[in-house]
Design a protein around this ligand. Structure first.
Ligand SMILES: Nc1ncnc2c1ncn2[C@@H]1O[C@H](COP(=O)(O)OP(=O)(O)OP(=O)(O)O)[C@@H](O)[C@H]1O
Ligand SMILES: [Mg+2]
Length: 427
């Protein structure tokens, strides 16, 4: 889930009894869906293939025209607004970035600012700013073509492009589906980092329930016809799935999934002895002996960890050189404890180095910390099962009644965030 540290720049979105009936189809792909997406939040759409997630998402920027109902963004009915104008205000990210292969990274990112008539200097500055934001060095990447990037890098450029004109809303359709698990984890962490700065309203489709729990402030679980089965916070969905369908969707090991709810920065990290290239190994060795530590973490000039050295390795060295160890277990502080555990297992290490913004060293996390957090998370899950979510998913509740129920619930709701409204017409 995102941390609310920055100012909210996102817009609220209301789908008001929205329907999409494709020509020649018997049932509507989306049937009378009412869904409130609060400003500055991340809402995750999950559900089986073909249930209408993409259709719902694309109706928000009218890449698909609804056949019924209204779309309201920040109080403004955009259902009849010019589609191109609307889409310039909404960032859109698709799988594998969807970059134009014949355009450089910079040109790809600049598409919307160009259409908006920004001058060259402003565009160039914005491109560099965004590349920094998604952790790609502008000097290295701005003039590359998409095929000269890895999948994860392409995806980052896709996110940068969607953010280019600073839109209040970001729509993402399985943006991290095509990358390997480790890269996906980094991209997710990065998105949460970015979100803590920009506070957009983000609607994301995913097939991965863990991803939904990790990123979502709210999760909408859909069944066929975009029938809303449950719309609630990740905690409450895990603790109290609405029915067997949701239970099956969550999958086995819901208890362990609580691990996905806790972020690395939420647990107490351990300090570590740090050192820089150029130092005498014997000095560092005496420091870790003094601290009773097993390793020293070597940091570069920008405080980014590059390598870990244990006592034995240090005793064989003269000077600390600037070797980089690619296999050192590193995890971002936005990662989940689950991610951290994975990282340690892959590296066969009992601990991992933790980094924060711009990959700066934050501390060390170990298996023991994680085990303690599992115990705590399970205890909290027991407690959370007590406060039942509002029954917003039953089809017959009219939107107004739902809104009233939400107003009543708001005071109880976590983080003072109002629970989003959701309802579906009976079919
Ligand atoms: N252009 C179209 N014409 C007719 N039917 C369509 C069209 N696009 C989608 N559909 C149908 O509408 C339903 C919802 O499709 P949609 O793409 O929204 O599903 P989804 O939930 O995104 O699925 P997935 O998880 O596989 O991406 C499906 O039954 C699909 O076959
Ligand atoms: Mg889809």
């Amino acid at each position: 889930m995102s941390e609310n540290t920055g100012a909210v720049t996102g817009a609220s979105i209301l789908l008001d009894e929205v329907t999409k009936q494709y020509p020649g189809q018997i049932k509507p792909a989306v049937g009378g869906l009412t869904l409130e997406i609060p400003a500055g939040s991340i809402v995750m759409f999950v559900g089986p293939s073909g249930c209408g997630k993409t259709t719902t998402l694309k109706m928000i920027n009218r890449l698909i025209e609804p056949t019924g109902g209204k779309i309201v963004i920040n109080g403004e009915d955009v259902t009849k607004m010019d589609g191109d104008t609307l889409r310039r205000r909404i960032g859109y990210v698709i799988q594998a970035g969807g970059l134009f292969p014949h355009m450089t990274v910079a040109a790809n990112i600049a598409i919307v600012p160009k259409m908006l008539g920004w001058n060259k200097a402003k565009i160039a500055a914005r491109v560099d700013e965004l590349l920094e934001l998604v952790s790609l060095d502008p000097a290295i990447y701005r003039d590359r073509y998409p095929k000269e990037l890895s999948g994860g890098q392409q995806q980052r450029v896709g996110v940068a492009r969607a953010l280019a004109a600073d839109p209040p809303v970001l729509l993402m359709d399985e943006p991290f589906g095509a990358v390997d698990p480790i890269t996906r984890q980094r991209l997710q962490d990065e998105l949460l980092n970015i979100q803590s700065e920009v506070q957009k309203t983000i609607v994301m489709v995913t097939h991965d329930f863990d991803e939904a729990v990790k990123l979502g402030d709210w999760i909408a679980v859909f069944d066929e016809g975009a029938q809303l089965v449950q719309y609630d916070s990740p905690e409450r969905i895990l603790a109290n799935p609405a029915n067997e369908f949701v239970e099956n969707f969550i999958g086995s090991g819901a208890g362990l999934k609580q691990l996905t709810l806790t972020k690395v920065h939420e647990v107490e990290l351990m300090d570590a002895v740090t050192a820089q290239p150029g130092e005498l190994a014997s000095d560092v060795l005496s420091r870790i002996q003094g601290a009773g530590a097993s390793h020293a973490v070597i940091l570069d000039s920008r405080s980014r960890p590059v390598r870990r050295l244990n006592r034995r390795q240090l005793s064989r060295l003269q000077l600390i050189d600037d070797t980089i160890d690619e296999s050192m277990p590193v995890v971002g502080d936005r990662a989940t404890l689950n991610d951290a555990l994975d990282t340690m297992l892959v590296a066969s290490s009992e601990s991992a180095v933790v980094t924060g913004r711009r990959d700066v060293f934050r501390g060390v996390i170990n298996v023991k910390t994680i085990m303690e957090a599992i115990a705590q998370a399970n205890a909290m899950a027991e407690a959370a099962a007590g406060d039942a979510p509002v029954g917003l998913n039953s089809g017959a509740i009219p939107a107004l009644a739902v809104a009233n129920a939400v107003a009543a619930e708001a005071s109880q709701s976590r983080d003072n965030l109002e629970q989003p409204v959701s309802a579906e017409e009976p079919r």
